[in-house]
Write a protein that binds this ligand. Structure first.
Ligand code: ADP
Length: 232
């Protein structure tokens, strides 16, 4: 590996596993070790039902491990209380989803600025940082547009700006191009590539091998088992 090898770890999983309880428990994630350093661009691929969402939910602090440890920026997340986990999630993780999840009656600018509201950032700073984030994704000229007047690719750019505005350690993207046509998907992937070149740590979860080709590193998941193709 390159410079990323000397960068600090953002994600460290040690014997990490997730089993959904119930009459017939589901082992969604089998025990795994994984280290992702700051500045890496990792894609996670696998067929439907392989455990990708479970993996994302763990990394995004939406679900807790049932075995092992997860350190995010060196912080042992399983030792935290719920409110602390929620705060850590808000500070360190930017989520990008397939279906954008923008508020339809608020401008692009509002959608991005609102992401800072819960942190107590003063209004003037929220507005300035939201504008900056929208400029960063190439939408500085559409900040007052409503999502309904934006194309799919532009909406996803707003969602990426919203994920970035809090300056997260990790951009966690769940099928970010799943709702986009091929050309638009490519432009969103190029945006992620550009963000990666600025040092952002990015993880993209996908079932699309073409999307997986974008990362510097690919992790495969199948029947809950993580593996890295040799030489990847
Ligand atoms: P993917 O995102 O790759 O499609 P998932 O992580 O959603 O896979 O699912 C992995 C396995 O865990 C599947 O067998 C699925 O049925 C099961 N699963 C997912 N969520 C739950 C849940 N809340 N309770 C029980 N089983 C679940």
């Amino acid at each position: 590996m390159s410079a990323a090898a000397v960068a600090p770890p953002v994600i460290e999983l040690r014997g990490a596993a997730l089993t959904y309880p119930g009459p017939s428990p589901v082992r969604a994630l089998l025990p795994c070790d994984l280290t992702i350093h700051a500045g890496e661009f990792v894609t996670v691929v696998g067929p439907s039902g392989a455990g990708k969402s479970s993996f994302l939910n763990v990394l995004g602090l939406l679900d807790s491990l049932t075995e092992g440890r997860y350190l995010l920026d060196g912080i042992d997340v399983d030792a935290l209380r719920d409110a602390e986990r929620t705060a850590l999630r808000g500070q360190r993780i930017g989520f990008v989803f397939q279906s954008f999840h923008l508020l339809p009656h608020r401008t692009a600018w509002d959608n991005v600025a609102l992401a800072l509201t819960y942190r107590g950032t003063p209004r003037r700073e929220r507005r300035a940082r939201a504008r900056e984030a929208l400029e960063q994704v190439g939408l500085g000229h559409r900040i007052r547009a409503l999502p309904t007047t934006l194309s799919g690719g532009e909406r996803q750019r707003v969602a990426i700006a919203r994920a970035l505005v809090g300056r997260p350690s990790l951009l966690l993207c769940d099928e970010p191009t799943g709702n986009l046509d091929t050309a638009t998907a490519e432009s969103v992937l190029q945006l992620l590539d550009r963000l990666h070149r600025t040092g952002m740590t990015i993880m993209v979860i996908t079932h699309d091998p073409a999307v997986a080709a974008h990362g510097g590193r690919t992790v495969a998941i199948r029947d809950g088992l993580l593996s890295e193709p040799v030489g990847a």
